[in-house]
Design a protein around this ligand. Structure first.
Ligand SMILES: C[S@@+](CC[C@H](N)C(=O)[O-])C[C@H]1O[C@@H](n2cnc3c(N)ncnc32)[C@H](O)[C@@H]1O
Length: 416
């Protein structure tokens, strides 16, 4: 096995680390918190957290316009999203040609824009147009103020515009890169409730247009196809939860059927081996939160939501011949394949450890001897080596066994 140092989730670089540290000051200067909201923050963060990671249908759609929820979003969710998205953008190494136009649907406080700024400082000199679309003007305004506070006068090559509207409404120029981050869940929820309320006063809204039925994913893609240039791309970033992972797998299937390419994370275009059906594993990535700033960890203790690991799921779709690409996966020779690690290491019998990986032959179980547990607890697992999001080259052995529990093809150490 060769590792090649290819990781979709590298440790945060210096610009991202410094930027996240500085973000606390930007919040204080651009979006200062009223004393009553400061006192209520931990409780509101916990409430919002339950809402954002479960079914959102019971929640007010305008939560981002309500000061207490917006404050909680800016101080808790936004910095964690900056951390997650910043690391992903660093690892993906997106090649965005000069003059690219990014349209960010459900942009909220322009999280993606700032994550790109912090995660890809090499793109700062490149001319870029960014349009944020959201129905909540207060979130967009907070985003504009925060971006100015973070970048000062250094933004001359990035043209930033915000549009207060429902996604899919209004006339926007076509995007080279359409982004939807932590947004699909809301779209799905509103589509579901629109469908339930068909015939009611809400019928005919844009949410209805995006409705479920006849394949929500197909309909969304048809709509997005009209919003993206013929050589454009769509980047979806969602939480690392099972429902989000399952939805991205459905989007991936629909996209392949409609002629899109899947540029990432999959190192193949065959059926996803991690669809998350019933209690089965789903495609998502976890990584250490150690690189997050001290002030955020401190807040995590205060709100009693300590975070040792961060997680997300994502999908990058491109139209054929799109100039938008990622850092190329390692090249393989005859008899070799790519394995994208999708799990943390776990203990196996006989002092072995395993990790699941995704490949064009389906799910793999990468097996190896566990070294660290000599004299330590039997549960000790070596945490070094491959991490979720790492891409390795494997040599296919002639005979492959299957793991009886997961059905994964077992690749012993010697085969890699
Ligand atoms: C969870 S936030 C995500 C914000 C940002 N993308 C991020 O990753 O931090 C979802 C955003 O979608 C917006 N939103 C929900 N439904 C929308 C719709 N139909 N049209 C436009 N914006 C919408 C909400 O106002 C909110 O700001």
């Amino acid at each position: 096995m060769s590792h090649y140092g290819y990781s979709l989730f590298p440790v945060p670089g210096p610009e991202l680390t410094r930027g996240l540290e500085k973000f606390a000051d930007a919040l204080d200067s651009a979006c200062s918190l009223r004393p009553k909201h400061r006192a209520a923050l931990p409780g509101v963060v916990r409430q919002l957290s339950t809402f954002l990671t479960t079914d959102r249908s019971d929640w007010p759609r305008d939560y981002m316009t309500r000061p207490e929820y917006l404050s909680a979003y800016l101080r808790w969710f936004m910095p964690w999203n900056l951390f997650r998205q910043g690391i992903l953008l660093q690892g993906l190494g997106l090649d965005l040609p000069a003059g690219s136009r990014i349209v960010d649907l459900g942009a909220g406080p322009l999280t993606f824009l700032l994550a790109l700024w912090l995660g890809r400082p090499d793109l700062r000199d490149r001319s870029m147009e960014y349009i944020a679309v959201d129905r909540a003007e207060p979130a967009l305004k907070a985003g504009r103020d925060l971006f100015s506070a973070m970048t000062g006068t250094a933004t001359t090559n990035w043209k930033v515009r915000t549009e207060r509207s429902l996604a899919g409404h209004g006339r926007l120029p076509k995007a080279d890169l359409l982004v939807a981050a932590n947004f699909l869940n809301e779209l799905e929820t509103s589509a579901r409730s629109s469908r339930a309320g068909r015939g009611s006063a809400r019928a005919g809204s844009s949410d209805e247009d995006e409705g479920i039925g006849g394949g929500l994913e197909d309909r969304i893609l048809v709509r997005w196809q009209k919003q993206v240039t013929s050589k454009g791309a769509v980047l979806l970033i969602e939480p690392g939860t099972r429902p989000a992972g399952r939805q991205l797998v459905r989007m991936r299937r629909a996209a392949l059927e409609q002629g899109w390419r899947v540029a990432a994370p999959c190192p193949h275009a065959v059926e996803c081996p991690l669809p998350g059906a019933r209690s089965g594993a789903w495609c998502h990535f976890t990584f250490s939160s150690e690189g997050a700033p001290g002030w955020l960890h401190k807040l995590a203790r205060k709100v009693k939501l300590p975070k040792e690991r961060a997680s997300l799921s994502f999908l990058l779709l491109t139209r054929p011949d799109s100039p938008i690409s990622i850092r190329p996966f390692p090249r393989v020779r005859q008899g070799e394949g790519l394995a994208l690690v999708v799990s943390e290491p776990f203990e196996l019998p006989d002092w072995k450890q395993g990790r699941y990986a995704c490949s064009d032959r389906g799910l793999l179980l990468l097996e190896e001897k566990s070294h660290s547990n000599r004299g330590a607890s039997p549960a000790g697992i070596r945490m070094g080596g491959l991490h979720p999001g790492d891409v390795a080259i494997v040599q296919w052995p002639r005979d492959l066994r299957r793991d009886s529990k997961s059905g994964a093809l077992i690749l012993p150490r010697a085969s890699r």
